[in-house]
Design a protein. Sequence first.
Lengths: 333, 299
Amino acid sequence: MAELLDFEEPIAVLQKEIEALRLMPSTPERLAAIQQLEDRATSLRVEIYATLKPWQRVQVARHPNRPCMLDYVERLFQEFTEVHGDRRFADDTAIVAGFGLYHGQPAAVVGHQKGRDTKQKIYRNFGYARPEGYRKAMRVMKLAEKFREPVIVFIDTPAAYPGIESEERGVAEAIAVNLREMALLDTPIVVVVCGEGGSGGALGLAVGDRVLMQEFGIYSVIPPEGCAAILWRDAQRKVEAAEALKITAPDLLALGLIDEVVKEPPGGAHLDYDRAAALVDEAVGRHLAELQAMTSEARLDARYDKFRDMGHAGQSFVDEGAPAGSRAPGQAG
Amino acid sequence: MAWFKKARRPIAAPEQASRVPEGLWVKCPSCNKAIYNKDLLASLSVCPRCAHHFRLSAADRLRMLLDGGWTEHDAGLRSTDPLTFTDTKAYRDRLSKAIAATGLNDAIIVGSGTIEGLPAVVAAMEYSFIGGSMGVVVGEKITRAAERACAERAALIVVSCSGGARMMEGTLSLMQMAKISAALGRLDRAGLPYLSILTDPTTGGVAASFAMLGDLNIAEPKALIGFAGPRVIEQTIRQKLPEGFQRSEFLLEKGFIDLIVDRRELKATVARSLRLLGVGPRSTTPPATAVPTGDESDA
Ligand SMILES: [Zn+2]
């Protein structure tokens, strides 16, 4: 049974009733009552999830039972073979990289892995990647380019790891290089934001021809708590910050920052991994087929134009012309 | 991502602490000596006694790097507040206040001209405009600067001075990192030089994109340069950071900075670097004998 979130309280009430009935001797009347309660819980869940507020979506995106990258890899790829290390310093376990067969076709897979139980979470550093992770991912992506294989990326990280060793080993440089090189990588790239898209730590793997986002994923320049702490001077104002930052999949689709919202099973991906994976599979497969039908040149130009257009004239800025008298001194012409 | 560090000061108020204040005499925050204002300005806002680098405005930066006159580009670009963002204050009001205080429409000035006769497009960030934060206008102007450098076969120089992405423009500001980096990728593949000048501070999404992508990364002394803000790191590891952590000298030692240059030597170093990277002066008059030389006179 998946852990329930605060706003799922009405469902919890029904579930308690169901459990109580199950403890009593089974009769046809009781079984019918249980069925009725279960149906009501299901429709309640659909209702609640149809109108989730941004902060509630953050909670779903961070749900302890939410499927991780490897849950999708297991369901979407055959013969998945993980590879390790950046050939420079170490292997970063917060980022998984490897190769597998996607519908029979060899492909590279990279992404953040948060881990679910405590031991896994510690091993994966809670999905906080270090510079080596970004460099390992780039190494594998370059191999994909060399062997003409597509790259499929899963994004799920709170942020890049903010620690001494990250800074010492140049996490800023590692992310920056990925941004530049992914823009130029001559092979199709499909990105799926499946949980938390945490700032530069997410973007460092998320430059692709297509950026898809699961219905209850989030993608933000800063965690709502951090934004609230700075702008409201109170981390508890995270609910307002989550609204203001426009970090939900529908918001980002409207802003033109993602290409498609991938539906999740009723009540979120954590309730049905197989169904969630099937929905991701359908979307990834469709986009990949479109990309593989394009020439390299057309695909790379389209990738450039797509990011080039993020924040465009008329939408997010205007050109008012040079303000009179404000031109830089020393200007000649 | 210097988010928590930013919390310590008002977001919209221009931070003047490190800038040369008005008045006849200035006290250097580093050596505590009084300096005659004119002397300080004559030394490019570097303390003549201890070499403390005061923060420089974007306009002063262009003035110190470019020869004589230059042409400013895209000065009219202004954010529309795409998210209609409001916290304790409306972002729209923060913007208007910053525009009124700086006379700029956003946190960057782009100009093209020459540096010791070498053609260059220079973008300089303005810290007093909302902490030099990068939103869509900064992203667009640097991208256009890179595209202009490509088209004109000129060198690109970006002077960073920023706390990172501008959170009031949300994920749009995050995406400017990818947009600029893609444009720098094209500049790179076109074989044109890009020098990144890192000044105090260069952090967050600015560090994790264009500031770290220079063919040469040149820092001013003792500048704070890093991805996560020092306070975020201290909260994560629950211990004090060592002295000098995330300063220019630390990054040089760790291998992420090519050169640390005193501002008074910066222009000469930039020009020398460009020459050593193969940049030649653009001839303004056709050569006396019309021999194809493969130089840039046709650019
Ligand atoms: Zn001094």
